[in-house]
Ligand binder design. Structure first.
Ligand SMILES: Cc1cc2nc3c(=O)[nH]c(=O)nc-3n(C[C@H](O)[C@H](O)[C@H](O)COP(=O)(O)O)c2cc1C
Length: 205
């Protein structure tokens, strides 16, 4: 799997963390771009001091004891609009932005391409590759809804950070895994990060 992974400054660092953890278990390469706001939110939510994308990845690797032999993470700078992933001449299977802020939703929809997340998303859409955006905001105003509808119509998939509760999550990590699995399913992979719905379960309980 060859992916672009953007992380924007919405609440929900656990979703990115669990997605990175799961990615580490499969073969492939991920081009990782993190916004300054994403780092700030990550620090707040994970009670840590990470100051760069590299430190964030190290934090996740250390927390879960990940062996990154399988999966290569290549860090790209948020402001480097001349990076390899700013051009459609480079290939990647899909791009995921998790979590995705309303600001990044708005700028991708407006085609502003000022940051590398925005530019890579713009390229992903123009090359007709899957773009999966995982927004987190509540409630939505009309601008949010309009931007998400327009992005949907432009070919993106809006996969809200709305974990289901029917698999009886016991932790934040379970919620993160639910959303991660939904992303992987759209990418054509099944990692079975949470138990499948079993309609006979209630009668067994
Ligand atoms: C602690 C914290 C939580 C935030 N949560 C959200 C959120 O859930 N959704 C959102 O759209 N923006 C949220 N924001 C605001 C964004 O971080 C802000 O709009 C920022 O400019 C987004 O920049 P980016 O899209 O380049 O990462 C939050 C900011 C902070 C500091």
């Amino acid at each position: 799997m060859r992916l672009v992974l953007g992380m924007a400054g919405a609440s929900g660092s656990i979703y990115a963390e669990r997605f990175i953890k799961a990615l580490s278990t499969i073969e492939g390469t991920t081009f990782f771009v993190c916004s300054p706001a994403a780092l700030r939110v990550f620090r707040e939510e994970m009670r840590c001091t990470v100051a760069s994308s590299a430190e964030l990845l190290d934090f996740v690797r250390t927390k879960y004891g990940l062996n990154s032999a399988n999966h290569r993470f290549e860090i790209r700078n948020f402001s480097d609009i001349g990076a390899d992933i700013a051009s459609g001449s480079n290939t990647w299977k899909a791009m995921v932005v998790v979590p995705c802020s309303m600001k990044t939703i708005a700028s991708i929809n407006a085609g502003l391409t000022e940051s590398l997340i925005d530019r890579a998303a713009d390229v992903t859409l123009k090359e007709r590759r899957p773009l999966i955006l995982v927004p987190r905001e509540t409630p939505y105003n009309r601008i949010h809804l309009k931007n998400m509808l327009e992005l949907h119509d432009a070919g993106a998939t809006i996969l809200p950070a709305s974990p289901g509760f029917y698999q009886l999550p016991k932790s934040l990590e379970d919620l993160g895994d639910f959303v991660s699995e939904r992303i992987f399913r759209l990418l054509g992979a099944e990692l079975d990060l949470y138990p499948r719905w079993n309609p006979t379960r209630l009668s067994e309980d």
